[in-house]
Design a protein around this ligand. Structure first.
Ligand SMILES: [Zn+2]
Length: 343
C-alpha cells in the first residue's frame, strides 16, 4: 500500500511517500481503508521526536482517520466490512481499572493511532474494533476526519476537567487552531461568553462566525489587559490553554478568583513560572488534560451528527503531499483542520 513513512526524526523532509506492506488485522481488530486523515500538532511532535518517547521506526503517522472497514479480524462482532467509520484516536488495553471505569484516556498503555503505533497516513490502517464509530452521514470524509482528536480533547478539557458551567466567561487561546475552533463551539453550546484570541484579523473574523463574543488580536493587544477590560476587571472563570510559554503569564493573570486554567499542550514551549501567592490567595485551579475518552468521543459525535457542533476544515492536501501539509501546519496560517485525502 502507499503510505507516508519516516525512518528517523527531523523536519518535514523526513516524510517519504512510499510503498509498505499492507497490515493484517489481528484478533479483535479491523482493517480500515483510509479516505481522509487529519493532521494535528501531535504529528509535528511525533515527526520531530519527543525526549523519552521511543516511537518505533519506521513510522506511519496520523491520528484522525475516516474511512471504510475493508476487512475484519477474528472475533470481531460489532463492525462489518463495508461500514463507513470514524476512528476514536485513543488505543488502550481495555482491561485495566481506568479502562473499565470508562476513563480510558488514563490507561497506562494509552496511545494514539499514529503515535506509538502506525496511523492513518496510508491507504490502510489496522485498529481495534472498539475504536470504530459510525461516521455521521452528513459529513464528507475530510470533514469527518477533522472531528475526533480536537473535539474530544476540547470536550474533556472544558466539561470533565474544568467543569464548565452555563453562562461562564471563557478565554479561548489560539482560536485558529483545531482545538481552539472546537472549544469555541462547545463553550457556546453551553451558553458561555467566549473571548477568543488569534494572531490576525482574518482568523478573528472566523472565530466570530463560530460564535466567539469578544475577540483579542494577541499580536496587537495585551491579552490580560483586554480580558480585564472586557470583564470589568473581574477576569474569566475558565482559561483554555494549549499555547504554553508565550501566553502562560497572561493566562494566569486573566483568571478571576476561583478561576480554572485547563491546558492540553504547549506549542510555544513548556517552561512556565507561577507565583504561588497568586495561586492560593486567588484560589485558582490549574488542570492538566490529555486527550479524551471513547464515551466523550461518542457524545461529541452525536452533537456533530445533529449539526450542533461543526468540523472546521481549513484545507485538504493529497496524501502524497503530506510534507507540504506539515509545513503549512507548522506555519500556523490555518484556521481549523488540515486534512490529507487518500485517493
Ligand atoms: Zn487500560
Amino acid at each position: 500500500m502507499k503510505a507516508i513513512v519516516f525512518d528517523h526524526h527531523g523536519g518535514p523532509d523526513v516524510l517519504r511517500y512510499t510503498h509498505v506492506p499492507e497490515p493484517e488485522p489481528r484478533h479483535g481488530e479491523v482493517l480500515i481503508r483510509v479516505h481522509a486523515c487529519a493532521l494535528n500538532h501531535l504529528d509535528l511532535w511525533v515527526r520531530g521526536g519527543l525526549p523519552g518517547v521511543p516511537i518505533p521506526l519506521p513510522h506511519i503517522p496520523g491520528s484522525d482517520i475516516a474511512g471504510v472497514v475493508e476487512k475484519i479480524g477474528s472475533d470481531v462482532t460489532n463492525v462489518k466490512s463495508g461500514q463507513r467509520v470514524l476512528l476514536a484516536p485513543g488505543v488502550t488495553c481495555g482491561k485495566c481499572t481506568a479502562c473499565l471505569a470508562g476513563n480510558d484516556n488514563k490507561c497506562p498503555q494509552f496511545t494514539n493511532l499514529g503515535y506509538l503505533i502506525h496511523g492513518g497516513c496510508a491507504e490502510f490502517v489496522r485498529c481495534p474494533e472498539v475504536n470504530c464509530f459510525p461516521c455521521p452521514e452528513s459529513l464528507s470524509a475530510p470533514e469527518a476526519a477533522a472531528v475526533p482528536l480536537v473535539f474530544q480533547t476540547a470536550w474533556h478539557m472544558l466539561l470533565t476537567r474544568a467543569q464548565l458551567q452555563p453562562g461562564e466567561d471563557v478565554l479561548i487561546l489560539g482560536a485558529g487552531s483545531g482545538v481552539g475552533s472546537a472549544a469555541i463551539q462547545i463553550a457556546k453550546f453551553f451558553g458561555c461568553r467566549v473571548i477568543a484570541t488569534a494572531g490576525n484579523d482574518a482568523k478573528l473574523a472566523k472565530a466570530r462566525e463560530l460564535g466567539a463574543d469578544e475577540l483579542i488580536n494577541h499580536h496587537a493587544q495585551k491579552i490580560k489587559d483586554e480580558v480585564r477590560r472586557l470583564t470589568s476587571k473581574r477576569g474569566v472563570d475558565v482559561v483554555f490553554e494549549h499555547v504554553g510559554t508565550a501566553t502562560w503569564d497572561d493566562s494566569i493573570a486573566s483568571l478571576t478568583r476561583g478561576g480554572r486554567l485547563v491546558t492540553c499542550g504547549a506549542t510555544t514551549g513548556y517552561d512556565a513560572k507561577l507565583d504561588l501567592r497568586f495561586l492560593f490567595s486567588r484560589q485558582l485551579s490549574i488542570l492538566g488534560s490529555y486527550m479524551g475518552t471513547k464515551s466523550e468521543f461518542a457524545t461529541v459525535l452525536r452533537l456533530v451528527a445533529a449539526g450542533r457542533l461543526k468540523p472546521v476544515l481549513d484545507r485538504t492536501f493529497p496524501l502524497a503531499e503530506c510534507r507540504l501539509a506539515h509545513e503549512y501546519l507548522e506555519s500556523s496560517s490555518q484556521f481549523g483542520k488540515v486534512v490529507l485525502v487518500v485517493d
